[in-house]
Design a protein around this ligand. Sequence first.
Ligand code: EPZ
Length: 463
Amino acid sequence: MESDHIYNSLYMVFVLTGMGGEVPFPWKRNKKLEKLLIRGGKRLKGTVKVSGAKNAAVAILPAAIMTDEKCIIDNLPYIDDVTVLAEILSELGARVTLDPAGRITIEPSYVNTYRADYNMVKRMRASYYLLGVLLGRFGRAEVAFPGGCEIGVRPIDQHIKGFEALGANVNIKNGIIYAEAEKLIGTEIYLDVVSVGATINIMLAAVRAEGTTTIVNAAKEPHVVDVANFLNTMGANIKGAGTDIIRIDGVDKLYGCEYTIIPDQIEAGTFMIAAAATNGDVTVKNVIPKHLEAVTAKLLETGMKVVEGDDYLRVVGTGVPRGVNVKTFPYPGFPTDLQQPMTVFLSIADGTSIITENVWESRYKHVAELKKMGANIKVDDRIAIIEGVEQLTGAPVKATDLRAGAALIIAGLIADGVTEIGNIKHIDRGYEHIEHKFIKLGADIERITVDQDGNVKKPSLVV
Ligand code: EPZ
């Protein structure tokens, strides 16, 4: 068995499709010396196609190993979080074929371990979904505490409470979470906080439990619904996803399937805000407009024009935005994952804006960077008070986390002069072909590699 595992763990195939990629495992490149260089001042114009949803993909990929049969998943974003996860699944024994054009084939019948050690999971936060998946499949999971963005304390007590309610014994020792159940039995689980991760993780384990599980106060995010739809396509029986009560009738078996992931609501929102901030005219295509209602409403409130189509949103800048107040909330509220880009937009608004971050306790690390660019923002605990300035100016800055990185790109696009963004490994975790998409819209942005002294060595090729 052990040697089988070693053989299988090597079974990961990349199908390169002539997209100009130089390394099939882009996340393995040393990105410490890569930077994005932006010469600001260009209005974004044109059409951009949004990729598949990262936060759906990072749950759907592990969920695919809950069957023995082959799953084919389309509209997958080709981002570092996905390639890392594909590799983790292959390390668990699955046979994985990943096409950077956005399709993955997972053959899970070879998965032969319920252990995911720290070396596997440290590379991404969402590896906590392996707990629900392995518990559902093997009745047992040993998964190390995951890595991910530093945006405050990221407890998983609600995930654990859910597994325990289903009858699992859960222990944490030396940074490893051990969960074990002779039998998972459905029950009612009330979440103390609305948690995307806990809702999905409990759903994953509960699809194989005996009887009915009800999750009360569940998260309603589009990616929660997408994961439920994927599991239902595999033969699960989940009802109510997208409302705050989800009912799962356990089934004995899950089957292989083909599935297409929904568009990324956060990537779409990022381009909408970038369009507005650059006073541009951008059609964001391949979106589900309903998922972006909170963003559309806020942009309209600032005075921007938003035109809604069946599968697109066109944002037209109308000059200096009005200052507005933004409070982040779970879906359908304004998404915390767009709070940072929105902060940048409001930093050049007319008047004062107040942002209240209700989801994460420490998601203002980008503010220190924005101040280097001339923004006037004061942070007090979960509140940021923004006094709009006329113009940001380019500066060397650092991406502190994924969405902070996206925010800094927008800041660079509207700033006077050159902005150099370091630590861009965070951005590559979640945005597919980010600079290429902005270049197509007219932005002046390039990826460079610098030497230890900061001198530019070469523009980097990117997958
Ligand atoms: C998901 O994180 C997303 N990540 C995050 O996106 C997103 O910011 C967040 O949901 C909120 O929308 C993925 O889907 C992979 P939560 P998750 O559990 O599931 C508290 C990005 O940039 N909480 O909904 O980890 C927690 O502290 C990332 O793409 C508990 O107290 O978030 C937070 O305050 C960053 N106990 C709140 O709930 C728990 O057991 C919401 O967290 C779990 C969470």
